[in-house]
Write a protein that binds this ligand. Structure first.
Ligand code: GLU
Length: 300
């Protein structure tokens, strides 16, 4: 049974134009929301001022329109929500869920390596800020049991955040909120019931669940589709200079994205984008989505 309260989202960071990997993210979340007769929201994750550009935001939104995506409600912009994030951070601080940390990136460099490639925090400032250190950020206290969740594509997941990631930064003294806290606050504010996104964020999910638990927010469902790889076997991303889609042939690109997600298409010739979407929505199921794609994707 589909919930009448399904609310999904696509949350691009405007650090480059839409590429095939982000088209897959938009497509997977959109198909799943519309096939469940749910709502689908767009959120611009533009808190990182050094990497985000308004022209990329415009390019992403225009591309979504050309591909025939129709979002519900107003677009949410993280750059306009700093006061809300500060409030969430202050709540964590007032409830003693975080502690100040004065470690520099350099001081963290010889820590062990977490699954996402970042250093596992060794807990240097956990029992108090060392003398003479300025506060650089606040870390969530992650002690406790391992977190388990069932991903709708990847299956049963388990992570001991304290051991595998360590206490992580939720708020920086200079730049303010981090991705992990902002995403949790925003998914709750938008009432998102199911998060559909790439498996590169699978490893962040237990951190987000930990934050939800601290903030008394109920966790949404999660579905992580496989990462789109480029020819060198790296995640296709704006940082890796993935080719922008020109949307000159939106049907071909969408059929490619459908195929990547396991929705095979025999005939790519459709009278309209509308017809293509209707057909795809009618045939959609998350069960079609493979857990991994080990080869570079032709559409990439
Ligand atoms: N803004 C993130 C990105 O562009 C996605 C965050 C999310 O879906 O939670 O990769």
């Amino acid at each position: 049974m589909h919930s009448p309260f399904y609310r999904g989202r696509f949350a691009p960071s405007p650090t480059g134009p839409l590429h095939f990997g982000s088209l897959v993210a938009a497509t997977c979340s959109y198909l799943d929301a519309r096939a469940s007769r749910g709502k689908w929201f767009v959120r611009i994750e533009d808190i990182d001022r050094s990497r985000c550009r308004p022209e990329y935001e415009t390019a992403i939104l225009r591309a979504l329109e050309r591909y025939g995506f129709a979002w519900d409600g107003e677009i949410m912009r993280q750059s306009l929500r700093r006061a809300v994030y500060r409030e969430a951070f202050e709540r964590l601080r007032d409830e003693n869920r975080v502690y100040p940390c004065g470690c520099s990136r350099k001081e963290m460099a010889d820590s062990a390596i977490a699954p996402d490639g970042a250093g596992i925090y060794p807990g240097t400032c956990a029992s108090g800020l060392p003398d003479g250190k300025a506060v650089r950020g606040w870390r969530l206290k992650t002690g406790g049991k391992a977190l388990c969740f069932t991903d709708l594509v990847q299956g049963d997941m388990r992570q001991d955040v304290a051991r595998d990631v360590g206490d992580f930064i939720v708020f920086r003294a200079d730049e303010g909120v981090t991705y992990q806290l902002a995403v949790v606050v925003d998914d709750a504010a938008q009432g998102i019931s199911r998060i559909v996104r790439g498996a590169d964020l699978l490893d962040s999910t237990p951190r987000q669940i930990a934050l939800q638990q601290c903030l008394g927010i109920s966790s949404p469902e999660y579905a992580h589709f496989p990462v789109v790889l480029d020819e060198a076997g790296n995640k296709l991303s704006k940082q890796n200079k993935a080719r922008a889609l020109d949307a000159g042939n939106p049907v071909r690109d969408l059929v490619d994205a459908f195929a990547f997600l396991g929705l095979a298409w025999a005939d790519a010739i459709y009278a309209s984008l509308d017809e293509l979407w209707q057909n795809a929505i009618a045939r959609w199921s998350l069960q079609l989505v493979p857990k991994v794609r080990t080869r570079p994707w032709v559409g990439a």
